[in-house]
Design a protein around this ligand. Structure first.
Ligand code: KE4
Length: 427
């Protein structure tokens, strides 16, 4: 049993001054029970907790750390930038350099606006979609998560699903009325909404690979079907690539699957751990954003020197390694093969699902294709598995409704240790 006295002490202090003792709900271990580990440091693929316990980390800050913890180019870029000032509230050259890189790497993006989080990026993108189309309805998918803006906290994924509050209190009926849900990978349910709301849908927003109900890849034809239906109806297609952007390919899921949306939202990897979000797309749409156009959106720290320095270091590292995504996919395939083998050996029903370096293990009777399948998976078995793996030195996402992440810092040895730990945890 790992010693966690210091985490216990810190958590008892934290809960006195912060709701649930955390600054983001999924960190509180509520879905798996027990006390969250307080992390002292990270390096490469590992984190060390406040009691000195070391773990192979697959949370990786929920996606940003494509090159692992304390990635030297990011650390030195941020340190260097900070010496010249942390924020000016005025235009800087780094913002141009980062925007130019994003435009050059992401197929759908002709113009981009930097913000401070994924939530800000997606809430701004749908405001733009509503302004550009003059329509009000946003169609999302049950179990997908697009940040905590009111419009999205209706049958949302991630922490909202974990705590069984898919539709959060505090979201007004008026707001909720402007959001519709369909089932992921089920174009029939999308057609139904389009039929019921003909000419009223401003946009369809989708995680092209759903990473907030575990990990659910798009089925063949699904993204293409959304592209066609939105184009035919005059609605916009928004790819929420906050998690998949720069993670699955240089141009994200839209490059991997060859479907180009009208607007794309980004976050996580761009900042390499610094708070960065972005939204962008067709120039004729983005030109409606203030001050060029009338659609207001602003942010004191948007594009600040530290975030843009980190972003340039991250995207620069991606550009320097042409076979990065092949390497990440090979590592993911090794993990997938190993865990799938363990499930078979132990005769345990489950589905290890993966796209590139994003994955999750469902204790389900079959493949998980949409929220209802994910919700039916065995959460109690996941809870036990999570804690056994933690004791064995592997830190998985503390929820069955989250994706795990490999990084370029993970090695084949790390993956093999993880597979061995899973064999032990499932014995
Ligand atoms: P943030 O506001 O948390 O930066 O981004 C919101 C968001 C938007 N879109 C997608 C596809 C996302 O995955 C997220 C955030 N993801 C969660 C992890 N499931 C963040 C972790 C957390 O809430 O602490």
């Amino acid at each position: 049993m790992k010693r966690i006295e210091r985490s216990l002490t810190l958590f008892s202090r934290a809960v006195r001054v912060m709701p649930g003792g955390v600054n983001s709900p999924v960190r509180a271990f509520k879905a798996v029970g027990g006390t969250p580990l307080f992390i002292r440091s990270g390096r490469g693929a590992r984190v060390t907790d406040e009691d000195g316990g070391e773990y192979i980390d697959y949370v990786m800050s929920w996606g940003p750390l494509l090159f692992g913890h304390a990635y030297p180019p990011v650390v030195s870029a941020v340190r260097e930038a900070a010496l010249s000032g942390t924020s000016f509230g005025a235009p800087t050259e780094r913002e141009i350099l980062l925007a130019e890189k994003i435009v050059s790497m992401v197929p759908s993006i002709e113009k981009v606006r930097l913000v401070n989080s994924g939530t800000e990026a997606v809430m701004s993108a749908i405001r733009l979609a509503r302004a550009a189309t003059g329509r009000r309805i946003v169609l999302k998918f049950e179990g997908c998560y697009h940040g905590h803006a009111d419009s999205f906290l209706i049958k949302a994924g991630s922490g909202a699903a974990t705590f069984g509050e898919p539709s959060s209190p505090g979201v007004t009926p008026g707001t909720a009325a402007d959001t519709r849900n369909a089932d992921l990978n089920d174009l029939g349910t999308v057609k139904e909404v389009f039929k019921a709301c003909r000419g009223e849908i401003a946009c369809v927003v989708v995680e092209p690979v759903a990473g907030n109900m575990g990990l659910v890849p798009p089925e063949p034809g699904f993204l293409e079907g959304l592209r066609e239906m939105t184009a035919n109806d005059g609605a916009l297609l928004v790819f929420d690539e906050v998690m998949t952007g720069f993670r699955l390919a240089r141009g994200g899921a839209q490059e991997l699957f060859g479907v180009v949306p009208d607007l794309t939202t980004l976050g996580k990897v761009i900042g390499g751990g610094l708070p960065v979000g972005a939204y962008g797309g067709r120039a004729d749409l983005m030109e409606r954003i203030s001050p060029e156009g009338p659609v207001y959106q602003a942010g004191t720290l948007s594009g600040n020197p530290l975030a843009t320095a980190a972003g340039l270091a991250m995207l620069g590292a991606i550009e320097k390694e042409p076979d990065l995504y092949t390497r990440l996919d090979r590592l993911g395939a090794r993990l997938e093969a190993g865990i799938t083998r363990v499930l078979a050996e132990r005769k345990i029903p489950g589905s290890f699902q993966r796209v590139g370096s994003m994955f999750c293990l469902y204790f389900s009777r079959g493949r998980v294709r949409r929220w209802a399948d994910a919700a039916a998976a065995d959460r109690e078995r996941f809870r036990k598995f999570f804690h056994r793996m933690l004791e064995l030195g592997v830190y998985l996402a503390p929820s069955p409704f989250e994706a795990g992440f490999l990084s370029a810092a993970h090695t084949e040895a790390d993956v093999d240790l993880t597979i061995d730990a899973a064999r032990e945890a499932l014995s």
